[in-house]
Design a protein. Structure first.
Ligand SMILES: Nc1ncnc2c1ncn2[C@@H]1O[C@H](COP(=O)(O)OP(=O)(O)OP(=O)(O)O)[C@@H](O)[C@H]1O
Ligand SMILES: [Mg+2]
Lengths: 341, 251
């Protein structure tokens, strides 16, 4: 009995990294070939959402935290990047007898700088929101993240620089590092794919780092992790900030792809969509969110002619997924083959 | 004074919405001993442990560890001082392997583990130590088994290995042998005796033969109060203790 159990589980462990590596190579190959067959703008949009879902999955899948307001970081990074690339004006208020505005920059920025600052902005938002939410457990945590996201949604509706209902458009693509013309569809695709892969690999590294081991311990049994001397709140906050920053990276690239930033990306339904993508693909699997995002975006694209029915079909798939394959698409496959994906 | 006693409580009290689960407990645990905390179900033993490790906040009273007042500290801080507990309901990390479970505790030696940019393979330096701890609790054959697949008794053994991995000065064990078969009980009892050589152990235990074999001192708790204290002989001959146990159906 003792021997049998040991032998049953050992092979799965030994092949763990190998299966992930193979899947990664396949993914890169598919992403490289796909533009020959599928409309590239669609692929780029899907890649943005895939990275967004991966960032969300870092929290729900590896720390066990359900953030129900992740559109906040995605959407606001999108606004930041679009604004910086199009207008580039940053002003901070200061007090000198009366409130004054100090303008730091006032000209459109190059894409890499706009994206970098947008990611930093999302990280700051994540750190602040995380600090408020992290002390709460379970459903209360989810509710606070949702409430903060709603607050920031209304702020986006009111703030002048977001353009309200119109959003920010058109967002110029510009030249990356002054060299690569992003207006060229092919160059743009390579750029988006590289950013996606970098984000994906960063998440993979986080999950398989000393930090990631502690995150998994917290997910598995937070009380026990505390009793071993881990200040779990701090680990959760760092993870939350990282997740917000990566969601921000996805959001910051998106306006360059679709050439606008709009309210849809900060809306709560976007927060819901990323939950759906992750669950459908397989929560707590590395590749699940990617598959989930592509599936949902493809559905929205190809079922667009059904109009309002898309939402209902999506809901139906969600219910079917919860009832039939609890582990999600990738989760079920990994379980079936006894490998890690 | 504080040299002789590692852990001291004064009037430790916990009330749950009017119900007093722990009432004016003055516990003194002597350095280098195995101290048993016994009593019928619902006596408040686990609540006591939760108070001592600050998983619950006392309603009243103070806790001192090595002379230092630790009543206001947070649970993780108490663990860092060297007071590490196990849980009554086995507390493992279910979907991590046995090796990973123990390594999480060993990893504490690095201080904070916020380095998310390093590969987890830097933790491999702890593998040898982890294996030797796993061997100590008889789990060598299960090194790569996920904890959730282990039978209950072996989960308890894993929990003890994880606790010992921190090399704590003081161990609080909540029913370490509960749910184990005979063979495992003996193994774990021997292990506790061995690791207690240079540590202090406070342990809740229902298995009276384990208690009599291991403990230097016994405190009997009933309805949140200390009924009596002493060595096994004194305590077992106390008619009140017999009554308290008979009353709730224990042998
Ligand atoms: N969080 C809580 N809220 C309310 N009552 C509680 C709580 N925790 C424990 N109690 C009550 O306090 C009393 C003491 O419980 P405790 O778990 O400390 O007993 P115990 O001595 O460990 O018993 P056992 O031998 O069954 O483990 C019980 O009556 C229990 O119902
Ligand atoms: Mg108990």
């Amino acid at each position: 009995m003792a021997q049998a159990t040991g032998q049953l589980t050992a092979p799965a462990e030994a092949h763990g990294h190998k299966s992930e590596l193979i899947a990664f190579v396949v993914m890169v190959a598919v992403l490289a070939i796909l533009p020959a067959f599928v409309y590239p703008p669609f692929l780029m949009k899907a890649l943005c959402f895939a990275l967004f879902a991966c960032a969300f999955n870092l929290l729900i899948g590896y720390v066990g935290l359900l953030s129900f307001g992740h559109a906040l970081y995605f959407g606001w990074a999108s606004y930041f990047a679009a604004h910086l690339a199009k207008v580039g004006k940053i002003s901070i208020p200061y007090w000198a007898g009366s409130w004054q505005w100090l303008t730091i920059t006032n000209s459109p920025m190059v894409p890499e700088l706009a994206i970098f600052l947008a990611v930093m902005g999302a990280a700051v938002l994540g750190f602040v929101a995380g600090s408020i939410a992290i002390r709460r457990q379970g459903i209360y945590f989810a509710m606070i993240t949702l409430a903060l996201a709603q607050m920031m949604y209304f702020f986006a509706v009111q703030a002048p620089f977001t353009g309200g209902e119109d959003g920010i458009q058109p967002v110029p693509r510009g030249y990356l590092f002054g060299l690569f013309n992003l207006a060229n569809e092919r160059v743009m695709y390579v750029f988006v794919m590289v950013m996606f892969l970098l984000g994906f690999l960063l998440i993979y590294r986080v999950i398989h780092s000393p930090f990631g081991e502690v995150l998994k311990a917290i997910r598995e049994n937070e009380q026990r992790a505390i009793s071993l001397g881990y200040k779990t709140d701090k680990y959760k906050l760092v993870a939350f900030t990282l997740s917000a920053a990566i969601a921000g990276l996805a959001g910051a690239i998106k306006p360059f792809v679709v050439q606008n930033a709009s309210l849809t990306d900060v809306h709560w339904s976007m927060s819901g969509e990323v939950v759906l993508m992750t669950l459908l693909g397989g929560l707590g699997t590395i590749f699940g969110p990617v598959i989930g995002a592509f599936t949902i975006i493809a559905m929205q694209n190809y079922l667009a002619s059904f109009g309002q029915w898309v939402t209902i079909i999506q809901g139906g798939i969600f219910v079917a997924c919860v009832l039939l394959f609890r582990r999600g698409i990738v989760g079920e496959i990994a379980n079936l083959l006894r490998i890690r994906l | 004074m504080s040299d002789k006693y590692v852990l001291e409580t004064e009037n430790l009290t916990k009330e749950f919405a009017g119900f007093v689960a722990v009432s004016d407990v003055n516990l003194k645990v002597e350095r280098g001993t195995i101290h048993a905390l016994i009593g019928p179900n619902g006596a408040g033993k686990t609540t006591c442990f939760n108070l001592l490790t600050k998983f619950l906040t006392p309603t009243r009273g103070t806790i001192k560890y090595k002379g230092q007042d630790i009543t206001q500290l947070r649970p993780a801080d108490i663990a860092r001082l060297g007071v590490v507990r196990s849980f009554q309901i086995s507390a493992v990390f279910p979907h991590l392997t046995v090796l990973e479970n123990v390594r999480i505790a060993l990893q504490r030696k690095r201080g904070g583990s916020f380095d998310f940019w390093r590969p987890a393979s830097v933790l491999n330096v702890y593998n040898d130590r982890a294996r030797s701890l796993i061997n100590d609790v008889g789990l060598s054959a299960f090194e790569n088994t996920t904890a959730v697949e282990l039978p209950y008794g072996r989960k308890r053994a894993l929990e003890i290995a994880t606790t010992l991995a921190l090399d704590p000065e003081m161990l609080l064990l909540d029913e370490p042998t509960a749910g184990m078969g005979h063979e495992d009980v003996d193994r774990i009892a021997a292990l506790i005796k061995r690791v207690a050589a240079n540590r202090t152990v406070l342990m809740v235990e229902h298995n009276l033969s384990v208690v009599s074999n291991l403990s230097n001192k016994i405190t009997v708790l009933t309805r949140g109060r200390v009924l009596t204290e002493g060595d096994y002989k004194t305590v077992s001959e106390n008619p009140q203790v017999r009554e308290a146990y008979m009353g709730t159906g224990h042998a």
